[in-house]
Design a binder for this molecule. Structure first.
Ligand code: PLP
Length: 461
C-alpha cells in the first residue's frame, strides 16, 4: 500500500466474532471481592476489555485456522515439525529447533542444561519466569538495563538496551566461566516493552563472544522489536522487517521463544540453538517433560499454525497497525492526564501508578489499587507490575519494587479503535476522582510469582 495516508487501519476484516462480557457495577463489586481483589481470579466472561496480557490472546488468521486441518499428528517426524523447523531455521539461522509448549518450558530446559550453583546469568532484564527458572536451577539472575530504562517520563528510542559497560565489568568481576550465557530480551517486557537497538545488540554480541559466552535472545517479541528498529534506528528505514529480524538473530547463538506473543498463536514456543552439545542435553530434558523432540508438548496443528504465524507477524501492514494501536492508546491516556511510561512499548502501555496515585504509598500497592478501580468502573482488566509482583517481605519488612506500574497489554488483532477510545474515556473519568481511590492490603501470598495467587483487600478510609 502506498504510505501517504495518515490513518493506519486494521489490516484485516473480521470473520468470526465473540461477544464481550458485559456486567453491571454491583456484579463487578461482587466478582472482584470473590476474586480476593486479584484480577487473575476473575472469570474471563466477567471482563469487558481484557488487557491482562498479550500472551496467547492473539486472533489467528483464516490461514492459521486452515493450518489446524493441515497439521500432521504423527507421534514422531510429523510433517508439521519439518514445516516449523524450516521456518525457524530460515528466520533465525539457528541449526537446531526444539518445539516446546510455551516460552517458560524453553527456559526451564535451557537453564537445567547450563545453569547451576555459582553461575550467574546476565540480561538487559530477565522476564519474571526467566528469572524464576534461572533461580530454580540454582544460579543467580542479574539485570543490567541502561539507566534511562528507569526514567519513565523521558522518551528514548531504545530504552530496552543493555548497559554494555556494566556487562563487561560484571563479566570480568564474576569471571567468564561463571557466566553460562547472556540473555537479551527483545523487547524488554519487564521495563515497558522497550526495544533493543541493533547497535546495542551488536555491541553485546561482541562482548559476549570476546569472553566466549553464548548470547541467547529471548525473542518473544522479535517482530515488534525489528519494526521499532526500522522506525527508529538510522540506516534501517528502507530494510524489510524480515531482514532486520534476521540480522537480530544473527548476533545470537540461539533463542528462546514464547510463540504466544509474536508467533500469533494461543499456545506454543521453541528453543533454537547452534551448539550441538547443548542441544543433545536439551533433548534429554525435553523428552522428560515435554514429549518427543518433534512435537515438544504440542499437537501437529499447533506447530503448523506457529510456523504460519511467524511469517504473518513480519508483514509490514500488520506491524504498522500493531505499533500504531499501542501509540494511539498512549496518546489518549496522555491527553487524559494519565502519566505513562514513555514512549509506549511495542505490545503495551504502562501507566505510572506511583505518579498517578501519589497519595498511595508503595506499601499499599498503588498499581493494584488502579487495576481494581479499572475493573470496578468498567470491567477493564489490566495487570500490576510493581510491589505486588516484585516487592519483597510482608507487613513489617516490606521492600518496595523499583516501580509501580499498571500494564495495559494489547492482544494482537483482537480489539478495534473504538475499544481503545472507550478505555481512554474510562481513564479520563477515573482521573477526575483519583484522589478518592484507596490503597490495598496484602492478606495472603506465595514466595515466587506471587501476583498469580495473592489475596488482597481495600484499606479502610
Ligand atoms: C511471556 C514471556 C516469556 C515466557 O513465555 P510463556 O509462553 O508465558 O511461558 C518469556 N520471556 C518473555 C519476554 C515473555 O514475554
Amino acid at each position: 500500500m502506498d504510505s501517504s495516508w495518515k490513518t493506519i487501519i486494521e489490516p484485516f476484516k473480521i470473520k468470526a466474532v465473540e461477544p464481550l462480557g458485559f456486567t453491571q457495577a454491583p456484579e463487578r463489586e461482587r466478582v472482584l471481592k470473590d476474586a480476593g481483589y486479584n484480577v487473575f481470579n476473575i472469570p474471563a466472561d466477567k471482563v469487558l476489555i481484557d488487557f491482562l496480557t498479550d500472551s496467547g490472546t492473539s486472533a489467528m488468521s483464516s490461514e492459521q485456522w486452515a493450518c489446524l486441518m493441515r497439521g500432521d499428528e504423527s507421534y514422531a517426524g510429523a510433517r508439521s515439525f519439518f514445516t516449523l523447523e524450516k521456518t525457524v531455521r530460515e528466520l533465525t539461522g539457528y541449526r537446531h529447533v526444539l518445539p516446546v509448549h510455551q516460552g517458560r518450558a524453553a527456559e526451564r530446559i535451557l537453564m537445567t542444561v547450563v545453569c547451576g550453583p555459582g553461575k550467574t546469568v546476565l540480561s538487559n532484564s530477565h522476564f519474571d519466569t526467566t528469572r524464576a527458572n534461572v533461580e530454580a536451577a540454582g544460579a543467580s539472575a542479574v539485570d543490567l538495563p541502561v539507566a534511562e530504562a528507569l526514567q519513565f517520563d523521558l522518551p528514548g528510542p531504545f530504552k530496552g538496551d543493555m548497559d554494555a559497560r556494566a556487562l563487561e565489568a560484571k563479566v570480568r568481576a564474576l569471571k567468564p566461566e561463571n557466566v553460562p550465557m547472556i540473555i537479551m530480551t527483545m523487547t524488554n517486557n519487564s521495563l515497558g516493552g522497550q526495544p533493543v537497538s541493533m547497535r546495542n545488540l551488536r555491541e553485546v554480541s561482541e562482548i559476549a563472544h570476546h569472553y566466549r559466552i553464548p548470547l541467547i535472545l529471548d525473542a518473544a517479541r522479535f517482530a515488534e522489536n525489528a519494526f521499532m528498529i526500522k522506525r527508529r534506528e538510522p540506516g534501517y528505514s528502507k530494510r524489510p522487517a524480515r531482514e532486520i529480524a534476521k540480522e537480530m538473530f544473527s548476533y545470537g547463538d540461539g533463542c528462546m521463544m514464547s510463540a504466544k506473543k509474536d508467533a500469533l498463536v494461543n499456545i506454543g514456543g521453541f528453543l533454537a540453538l547452534n551448539d550441538a552439545e547443548w542441544v543433545r542435553r536439551a533433548r534429554e530434558v525435553l523428552i522428560l517433560g515435554e514429549g518427543f523432540p518433534t512435537y515438544g508438548g504440542l499437537a501437529g496443528r499447533d506447530l503448523e499454525a506457529m510456523a504460519r504465524g511467524l511469517d504473518e507477524v513480519l508483514e509490514e501492514e500488520y506491524l504498522a497497525y500493531r505499533l500504531r494501536s499501542v501509540e494511539y492508546l498512549g496518546d489518549g491516556l496522555r491527553k487524559a492526564g494519565v502519566p505513562v511510561v514513555e514512549p509506549p512499548g511495542g505490545h503495551a502501555v504502562y501507566v505510572n501508578a506511583k505518579k498517578f496515585l501519589e497519595h498511595i504509598p508503595p506499601s499499599s500497592f498503588p498499581g493494584q489499587a488502579l487495576v481494581c478501580e479499572l475493573y470496578l468502573t468498567a470491567g477493564i482488566r489490566a495487570v500490576e507490575i510493581g510491589s505486588l509482583m516484585f516487592g519483597e517481605g510482608q507487613n513489617g519488612n516490606f521492600k518496595p519494587a523499583r516501580m509501580e506500574l499498571v500494564r495495559l497489554a494489547l492482544p494482537r488483532r483482537v480489539y478495534t479503535q473504538s475499544h481503545i477510545d472507550f478505555v481512554v474515556e474510562v481513564f479520563a473519568e477515573i482521573a477526575k476522582r483519583k484522589d478518592l481511590i484507596r490503597g490495598m492490603k496484602l492478606l495472603e501470598s506465595s514466595p515466587r510469582l506471587r501476583h498469580f495467587t495473592a489475596k488482597l483487600m481495600p484499606e479502610v478510609a
